[in-house]
Structures are given as structure tokens and as C-alpha cells.
Design a protein around this ligand. Structure first.
Ligand code: XMP
Length: 536
């Protein structure tokens, strides 16, 4: 195993993720665990190496942390990243200077001295024959004097000691961040460290993670009962499947159907969780309450607020019932489980060591458990989205569910422009289902993938305007839907997808013929920005 000591960097979990991608087991612990803890952790001989993360702090601020000195006495390789390199230099007798201009962003680093860590790893070679790496730098302080036993490993113009190495003790420091994808050879460097230098065995797979996570959940909750809000989305579904695997009937899922779900979505969720996994699921049909609250409201933000508030109310009422043990078999739930994943934790500034700086608050984290007097269980807290998906598949969830496009919490509520009515939702559900079905059916010959998989998000939007059409001998005067399909990697910016005309033709033909009440289909060709992905 590899131990990652966290000094509070926003990207510490990315290091863990890269180590897992190399199929090596790792754990992240706070940097202040102490010498005794470290010695004990290493006592069974399975510890193969230590990575010291970055931080937002400076080594010379009074309050900042050092690595437990014991780390350097275990005889295992140590890699310090950014602040981790600085504290390593400082603790081993080198010098670090602060107060320099902060440097963020891309840099070209020259690899030096043929160290084991960087040997033969380069993005390009200069005419003089120097190996160069394109890296991501983010630091204020820098190492100005190497500790005894170390050699210069890398440098840039503004940072003469951008890397240092002691091949004998197998101690390495890099001022840049190999864990972020902007550092093109980052993966190769981390793999070199973990697999070759530490000699860790690449035998960790997602199935091992299930066993570890199951054991951890059992330890955490004991014989107490857990409630989970199941939305049908990827995160809550995977959390439900994992917790159910761990504690079976001690878990009760609450699935609030707000009447703004996609076609047959509620039945599919029930079929999967209650039917196939035999989990306890309470389906709360609250569609009338939601639609009642939404009547006459056209403003998008007001609609979102109503849906969010109503959702919390309905869920709280159900959770309170389960907590009180009103449901026959129940002793009374003590835990609220949430499918919080690592990017949610980062966004809300709640990274594990509580050292990462807060960026913005997130609806998934905090709030509800305190109000309900329940303890919080978040088994996906350390995982990234694609790891959550992989875990879902390993738990036996169908790939179609796990790789589904994202669906907003307010559901069709923000895809029916203006006032939401049941009639509109019913028409939209059918049009949307046809669009999605055809996207799944249409295979792109060049890639062999379906257009569903080639797009990041696709859906129909209901426009409450009527236009004239002809059908058979008659005139129609019906509603319009817009189709939206986008390609994006982060949902912050997006391009509209260049769907094949044949696909658009098929979809529009089917919607107009099969969904009585809609006589016109348009395709949205706006990119984000300036448009958003959703229409509201
Ligand atoms: P926009 O429309 O802002 O959407 O470009 C970006 C991504 O966020 C999703 N989205 C939401 N998700 N509640 C959610 O849970 C919301 O209120 C909400 N609004 C937008 C949207 O589907 C897209 O994936």
C-alpha cells in the first residue's frame, strides 16, 4: 500500500486517484497523524511508499504542518509534491524561501541529472538534447538549497530547484503537480514512483474497493439503521447499491417521485432497487403536491426554489417517520446516507483535512442531517465520477443506468418553459423518450458508438407556444418541442452536437406522428456560453 499524507491541497484526492489508476491500494490521511501512528502503520511491512501532498500554505507560516519525521526513517521511498517537496527539503536540512511571486499555470521544466524518477520521461527534447516536461505549477515558496544527499532533478527559469532527488534513499521532490492532467507526463511519473521505485504490486481492482468499503460501512454503522434519498441518478444509486451490499435490510431508500421524472423512470428505479437488488425502497408519490405548488409559477428560479423546498419537506417527513421507527420493522434510523462524491466535497470546501480553502457551498453536503438529528454516511466521498461509475458496474448495476446522461434535480420542471402543467410534462416525457431511444439506436460508423454515448447530455424541451400544421386533411394547432444535444467535458462550456440529419429526421418524424399534441420539432444550435445547456 501507499500512504498519502494530506497537507490540505485541493488536489490531494487526485493523487489518490492516480495511484488507484495504477491499480495500487492507497490511503489518504491527514499530515498531522504523528510519528507513532506512522510507525505503527508501517509495522506490518505492507507500506511501500509515502507521498506528501501539496498545500495552500507556506512552510514558514507558524501554523503550518510538517510531515511526521518518522516518514523519513521507515526506509521506504518518499515523494513530496509542491508543499510536500518544500517540507521535505526543510525537514531534511535544505532551505526554502518564501515571499516570492506566486506562480500558477503551465511551465516547461528541464529534467536533470538522470534520476530514477524522471529518466527517459519527457515531452520533448531541446536542440541541445535536454529532456523537457510540460507541467502545471502552483506555488509561492521555493526550495533554494538542497538538503544533504540530494541532487538537482529539474529546473525552470523562475524556479531553479523544481525537483530534487536522492536515489540512494529513494526520496524525491517535485515542485510541479504530476497528479493533474495538465502535467502531460504526470501519470508516467507517478507510475514510475509507485510501481518501479516503491515496487508496489498493481493488483488493486474495483472489487477490492467494494470489500474495503463494505467493511468500512459495517464498522461505521454497526447494527444501526440508515436512510438514503434515492433519486435514480448515478451517485445516489451507486451509494444505495454499495450500502445495501454492506448492511442489507438495515438500509431503507426513500425515492421521492416529484412527477417531473422521465418516462417510466420511477418504475425503472423501483424495478432495479426493490425488484432486482431486493432493497427496501419507499416510493413517495408526491407529484400532486409538487404540481400543486408549481401552479401559476413561471419564473425559472422560483420554480427551482419551490421544487427544492418541497423535496426537502417531503423527504424530511419520510425520514422523520423512519427515525421514529414508525414503520413497523424499524427501531429508528440513526444515519442519513448521501451519494456525495469527491468533486462535491471540493466544491463545498470540505476536503477531509479541513485545510482546503472553501470555494462554494453545495446542496449535497451538510444541512439536512443536522436538521434531522441523523449521523451522516457518505461512502463515495473519496471517489471521482468515473470511479463511481466503475464501482456501480462492479456492484452489478446496469451500465445503461450508470452511464446515463446527467439529469437535473428539478427534472422536467426546468425543461417545460414557464408554468409547469401535468399535460405538458406528459407530452414532453414521450417526446424525450423517443429522442433518447433514437440516440441510442443510431450508431456512428466512424467510432462504432451510439449517438447517446457520443453526446454528454441530450433531452427535449417543451415550448408552450402553438404553431400551425397539417395532418392528413386537417389543420393542426399544437405545441413545439426543441431538441438539445451537447458535447462537453465539464458542463461549464459545451458545443451543440452535430447530429446526423438522418437521426434528426427520424426523431422529428416519430415525435410528430406519435405524440399527438406536438406538431413541430426544432433543434437547438446554441453553444454554451452564451446559452446554457438547460433552457431555464
Ligand atoms: P446549465 O443549464 O447551467 O447546466 O448549462 C449545466 C449542467 O447542470 C445541470 N443543471 C442542474 N442540475 N439542479 C441540478 O441538479 C439544477 O437546478 C440544475 N440546473 C442545471 C444541467 O442539466 C447541466 O448538466
Amino acid at each position: 500500500k501507499i500512504l498519502i499524507l494530506d497537507f490540505g491541497s485541493q488536489v490531494t484526492q487526485l493523487i489518490a486517484r492516480r495511484v488507484r489508476e495504477a491499480h495500487v491500494f492507497c490511503e489518504v490521511h491527514p499530515c498531522d497523524v504523528g510519528d507513532d501512528w506512522v510507525r505503527q502503520y508501517a509495522a506490518d511491512g505492507t507500506l511501500k511508499g509515502v507521498i506528501l501532498s501539496g498545500s495552500h500554505a507556506s512552510v514558514y507560516e507558524e501554523t503550518t504542518d510538517k510531515a511526521p519525521q518518522a516518514v523519513f526513517e521507515l526506509g521506504v521511498p518518499v515523494l513530496g509534491i509542491c508543499y510536500g517537496m518544500q517540507t521535505m527539503a526543510h525537514q531534511l536540512g535544505g532551505k526554502v524561501e518564501g515571499g516570492h511571486l506566486r506562480e500558477f499555470g503551465f511551465a516547461s521544466v528541464r529534467a536533470r541529472g538522470h534520476t530514477r524518477l524522471l529518466a527517459d520521461i519527457a515531452d520533448f527534447t531541446t536542440p541541445e538534447g535536454h529532456g523537457m516536461l510540460n507541467v502545471w505549477m502552483s506555488h509561492g515558496d521555493k526550495v533554494t538549497e538542497l538538503p544533504a544527499g540530494f541532487r538537482l532533478m529539474a529546473s525552470t527559469e523562475s524556479c531553479p530547484i523544481a525537483g530534487m532527488a536522492d536515489d540512494d534513499r529513494r526520496f524525491y521532490g517535485v515542485q510541479f503537480h504530476p497528479e493533474v492532467t495538465h502535467t502531460q507526463q504526470g501519470r508516467a511519473i507517478l507510475e514510475r514512483f509507485v510501481l518501479e521505485i516503491c515496487g508496489a504490486r498493481p493488483d488493486w481492482i474495483m472489487r477490492d474497493h467494494i470489500a474495503e468499503a463494505v467493511a468500512a460501512i459495517r464498522r461505521q454503522v454497526g447494527d444501526e439503521e440508515v436512510i438514503l434519498g434515492l433519486s435514480g441518478g448515478v451517485d445516489s444509486s451507486v451509494a444505495a447499491a454499495l450500502i445495501h451490499r454492506a448492511i442489507g435490510d438495515q438500509l431503507t431508500c426513500v425515492f421521492v417521485d416529484h412527477g417531473l421524472l422521465r418516462l417510466n423512470e420511477g418504475d425503472m428505479v423501483m424495478d432495479m432497487f426493490a425488484g432486482k437488488l431486493h432493497a427496501k425502497v419507499i416510493r413517495v408519490d408526491a407529484s400532486e403536491a409538487f404540481l400543486g405548488q408549481l401552479a401559476g409559477v413561471g419564473d425559472p428560479e422560483a420554480k427551482r426554489k419551490i421544487i427544492g423546498r418541497e423535496f426537502v419537506e417531503v423527504f424530511k417527513a419520510e425520514a422523520a417517520r423512519l427515525k421514529a421507527g414508525l414503520d413497523g420493522a424499524h427501531q429508528g434510523a440513526k444515519w442519513l446516507a448521501q451519494g456525495t462524491i469527491y468533486p462535491d466535497v471540493i466544491e463545498s470546501g470540505g476536503a477531509k483535512s479541513k485545510k482546503a480553502v472553501s470555494i462554494k457551498s453545495h446542496h449535497n453536503v451538510g444541512g439536512l442531517p443536522e436538521q434531522l438529528g441523523l449521523k451522516l454516511l457518505e461512502p463515495l466521498r473519496d471517489l471521482f465520477k468515473d470511479e463511481v461509475r466503475e464501482l456501480g458496474v462492479a456492484l452489478g448495476l446496469p451500465p445503461e443506468m450508470v452511464y446515463r446522461h446527467p439529469f437535473p434535480g428539478p427534472g422536467l420542471g426546468v425543461r417545460i418553459l414557464g408554468e409547469v402543467k401535468k399535460e405538458y410534462a406528459d407530452l414532453l416525457r414521450r417526446a424525450d423518450a423517443i429522442f433518447i431511444e433514437e440516440l441510442r439506436n443510431f450508431i456512428d460508423p466512424a467510432t462504432g458508438k451510439s449517438w447517446y454515448d457520443l453526446t454528454s447530455q441530450a433531452f427535449a424541451v417543451f415550448l408552450p407556444v402553438k404553431s400551425v400544421g397539417v395532418m392528413g386533411d386537417g389543420r393542426t394547432y399544437d405545441y413545439v418541442v426543441a431538441l438539445r444535444a451537447v458535447q462537453t467535458s465539464d458542463f461549464m462550456t459545451a458545443d451543440w452536437a452535430e447530429l446526423p440529419y438522418a437521426l434528426l429526421k427520424k426523431v422529428s418524424g416519430r415525435i410528430i406522428n406519435e405524440v399527438r399534441g406536438i406538431n413541430r420539432v426544432t433543434y437547438d444550435v446554441s453553444s454554451k456560453p452564451p446559452a446554457t445547456i438547460e433552457w431555464e
